[in-house]
Ligand binder design. Sequence first.
Ligand code: ADP
Ligand code: MG
Length: 366
Amino acid sequence: MKVVLQNLTKIFPGRNKKVQEEVVAVNDFTFTIPDGKLIGLLGPSGCGKSTTLYMISGLQKPTGGKIFFGDDDVTELAAENRGVGLVFQNYALYPHMTVKQNIMFPLQNLRGEDKLTKEDMIERAYYAAKLVQIDELMDRKPSELSGGQQQRVAIARALVKMPKVLLLDEPLSNLDARLRLQTREEIRRIQKETGITTIFVTHDQEEAMSISDMIVVMKLGVVQQIGAPQEVYDDPTNLFVAKFLGTPPINVFEGSVKAEKLYIGDAAVLDVPGIDDRDVTVGIRPEGFVIDENGPFVCGLNSVEVMGRDVSVVCNHAASLNPVIRAIVDADNKVAAGATVSYSLKPHKVFLFSKEDETRLRFEVK
Ligand code: ADP
Ligand code: MG
């Protein structure tokens, strides 16, 4: 099911006399979510991710704009008639019910022509449980399950009605690091197997990048950029997006352009054809540094952290806007002990941004 968001906007009024200012939680969000894809909705806490999801589910009413499922305008349709499955961060299961009863619960409310027989309900519950691989645990109570298993029950409960759209709001936040990794792969597998259009909300860029067909990066209610994860990482539209994606994060510097050369401090570190003379903010991805004893970019050397395959070179520079610079280089590189380390730069890993509005200034990369 294709989902169309058209100028979707949500404004919350001031809460009381003290907080009179209204909050524009989602501001003019327009995007067509293609059928059968997994979309990662990504941004820092408070940027409007949950509000967007609740509007799509029908739990919250937009202040402005429209939502279509396929060609149908569902903006005014009640949540229970939209055919969406919703999984929250706090996967509240009914503690006194077994796993099977928990999964079957949404089916018991079906009325009229949707009403199912007990046998059908059990069959559907097992189908959903098999998808998330908990069909062995059907007779247990939630308290007898691990956190990861409980979250799978919640996902099965959302899947059991065979939703047209699956909405996941930070579903992995309560799991430990290993389970998070495993469960996100599971979600990807289930999504591919069922072909259900899925929107996955997270503040964790790595999580969103790893499983999404497309990511939507939001800031303060406003969509910043939409694209395939690698595309957005390789070609960020502004400084916010560049800083939000990537671990370790992008290194940011004060710089200036003179005669189509980028200067960081006094050194001309890169040719930047097509950029006029001006001050700029420079972002360099950790993998954009090449150790080169004749390289133009000389940094103070703090330490070298060996991480197996790669080496993380921690260094410093007066023009850096971060406390330290992190360069990731291949472990084959020998970093000579000394006070400084010299680099040349990979042009496609260096981004320039306007100092006025932080938008990208693109130069030609040969
Ligand atoms: P996210 O899920 O990205 O963390 P939310 O969508 O929950 O962000 O919130 C977006 C903004 O809207 C925040 O500033 C939040 O404080 C505000 N907000 C969310 N829900 C309400 C509400 N019911 N009343 C007033 N403000 C709200
Ligand atoms: Mg939220």
